[in-house]
Design a protein around this ligand. Structure first.
Ligand SMILES: [Mg+2]
Length: 368
């Protein structure tokens, strides 16, 4: 089987209401779908890096022109050779949007291999378990939301079956955020896990300060407390608080995670296959983490990551985005995913990623 063409389908839409985390306001969402076609008539679909702006969408189209000739004519089952050919630091840089493009392409190859063999990606990767714990991500800052709105959102999460939830911090004063953490904890009770995510909003000193103030609320992890490149700062923070530190959603390749490990930066890695280099490199990162008894709780889309958490022995929990996080979150794929009574997800056993983009629905948002 040979790859005959690579196609980039880009979509962008306005969110119903802008959402804000510790550092960024998101007004738009979208999709960069990378479709890998073959001479056997099988197509694999991956995706990476939302086109937050039209400028970023244009960059992705340029990258398609760069990578396409390197991939056409290759056998998709030679995914390691393809990866090493594409990730050439001298030509495309070590990190950033080029690695994100490679990520989407690599995910498409795995979807393709699954479709060609009739097996799920989870099965191809070793099928460690077919049910995985999940947490509902949210707790964003929104206009007029307040503590009551946050509590209402947590109630809704419980009604959806959540046994673990995450809220944002870092967007208001430390004392206000500690109040938000208190309200979230009191709303969900003692048995539900609570994570917090600062999206790199703090200095090391501020992060240590809020970590100590949050300790009474049994925080399961403190995610992206500080700038992603401050490896030593992560180490200092981790040594100064009892709350486990999580990071890695802005980290790239096995080399980046090697450096985080060397700095004792975190107990949990939020590795994201759509960012760090695809499924192929995600598995390298997961194995590297396993050799240090560190756990993987991926950042990002559940459609990809539940296969991966299901495939590795050190997979901790899957991030799950509710439909409310984005006007179209529940419409992108034809298949719908829900938490079961334990707050877990079942890994789909259909071919590939076993999700199908709803192209008909998405067409209205297509970037031409
Ligand atoms: Mg995060």
């Amino acid at each position: 089987m040979k790859i005959s063409d690579i196609e980039l389908r880009q979509y962008r839409w306005e969110r119903g209401r802008p959402i804000r985390n510790g550092k960024h306001v998101y007004t738009h969402s979208g999709l960069n779908l990378i479709c890998v076609h073959t001479d056997a008539g099988v197509t694999g679909i991956g995706w990476a890096h939302k086109p937050h702006t039209t400028g970023m969408a244009t960059v992705m189209r340029g990258l398609l022109e760069h990578f396409k000739p390197l991939v056409i004519g290759q056998d998709p089952f030679d995914y390691r050779r393809i990866w090493e050919t594409l990730w050439e630091p001298k030509l495309v840089g070590r990190r950033g949007i080029t690695t994100r493009f490679i990520s989407g392409l690599d995910i498409a190859l795995w979807d393709l291999m699954g479709k060609a063999t009739g097996k799920s990606v989870h099965k191809l990767l070793g099928g460690f378990r077919d049910r995985v714990p999940a947490y509902i991500a949210g707790g964003y800052y929104e206009e007029g939301k307040g503590l009551a709105g946050l509590a209402a959102e947590m109630e809704e999460n419980l009604a959806l079956g959540a046994k673990a939830v995450k809220i944002k911090i870092g967007g208001v004063s430390i004392n206000e955020d500690v109040e938000r953490v208190r309200v979230a904890r009191e709303t969900i009770g003692d048995e539900v896990k609570l994570m917090v995510d600062a999206n790199c909003a703090y200095s090391v000193r501020e992060a240590i300060n809020i970590a100590r103030k949050m300790e009474p609320y049994d925080v399961f992890w403190f995610e992206e407390p500080i700038a992603p490149d401050d490896y030593r700062g992560h180490g200092k923070l981790a040594a100064a608080t009892a709350i486990p530190i999580a990071t890695g959603e802005n980290e790239y390749t096995r080399y980046g995670f090697r450096d985080l490990i060397a700095a004792d930066a975190a107990a949990i890695f939020n590795a994201d296959a759509e960012i760090l280099g695809g499924i192929t490199e995600f598995m390298n990162v997961a194995a590297l983490a396993a050799t240090h008894d560190l756990q993987i709780a991926p950042h990002g889309d559940q459609e990809v990551h539940l296969h991966l958490v299901g495939a590795i022995p050190n997979g901790l929990i899957v991030e799950f985005y509710r439909e409310t996080v984005d006007t179209n979150r529940g419409r992108i794929f034809q298949e719908k995913m829900t938490l079961d009574e334990d707050g877990w997800l079942t890994v789909p056993d259909g071919p590939g990623l076993a999700v199908t983009p709803d192209f008909e629905f998405l067409e209205q948002y297509r970037i031409k």
